[in-house]
Design a protein around this ligand. Sequence first.
Ligand code: DAH
Length: 353
Amino acid sequence: MIEQLDQLEAAARSDLGSATDAASLEAWRVTYLGTKGRVRAALGATKDVPKEARPAYGQRVNALSAALEEAYKARRAQLGDAAATPTGPRIDVTEPSIAWSRGVGRRHVLSRVIEELAEVFGRMGFSVARGPELEDDEHNFVKLNIPEHHPARDPADNFYVDDPALTLRPRMLRSQTSTVQVRTMEAAVARAAASPAALGGLAEPIRIIAPGRVYRPDTVDATHSFMFHQLEGLAIDTALSLADLKGTLASFARAYFGPEAQIRLRPSFFPFTEPSAELDMMIALNPDQPARWIELGGCGMVHPSVLRACGIDPERWSGFAFGFGIERIAMGKYGIPDIRMLFENDLRFLQQL
Ligand code: DAH
């Protein structure tokens, strides 16, 4: 029977030599050292050994068990990583996640466009102003020369928070960033009140852009969303004309879309500007399409009634204003065909930008 143990050891050592990965090594361990393995079986067979030979047999089995245990550990160390890697999926909880390594932590394309716009206008002397998204109709309509009963105030076209039929100054989610024009002028007039240099309500010119969210109960489709972003612009100085507006917009277009970019102004109407125009820009939506005119927003010379409503004398000061759709700009710049893609947070889309 001792002879059988010698054979068992020889077989075990030979099999161990052919175990080359974690799976075959584990199979070997189960076969020889497992609780139902061959070494255990040999130990169990002790009772069949003639009494006088038992001590020698027992010692031999114990020595065999220890030797194979050693050999197993040595083989595992020798195989190194190969033995450590199970053949199934490997989970190392200390590894950075796949999501992390793909760079999920980047800025959203709209945030990046807003930063780029602030940069380009910043070079032209415009600083960034902000206003609340929860507004009142005073800033969203009244001071922008949009009188009561104007169709733009229709409850069906606005997100009122208070019932406009029952409330004197109903609050609403702002429907346009033009509200920030009013707030900026009011604040400048309040500051100027303390200044000896103030003339006609202002102590110094204004030059701001105001990026932000606006809300309208639109039906959602490829080009409409009930929430979107606008970039408002406002410049007030002593002698601004339509030529300054057009020059500013053309410089912006070339700085942002490249030297080939063209703009055109089409006559239009807005209550808060006179004259008013619609701004189009010639851009290619993607590299293999010819460039075409894309409507970016409205603009014009600030209406005297708006200046007056904010406490500024229109005889001394004049200004221009503009309001663009930021999604339009992002879609034009990055060739995005559907506005909904910007809000779905689908990583497959976001990672392409
Ligand atoms: N507020 C306008 C809108 O939402 C856009 C606009 C037009 C803004 C003309 C302006 C402007 O500042 O001068 O449709």
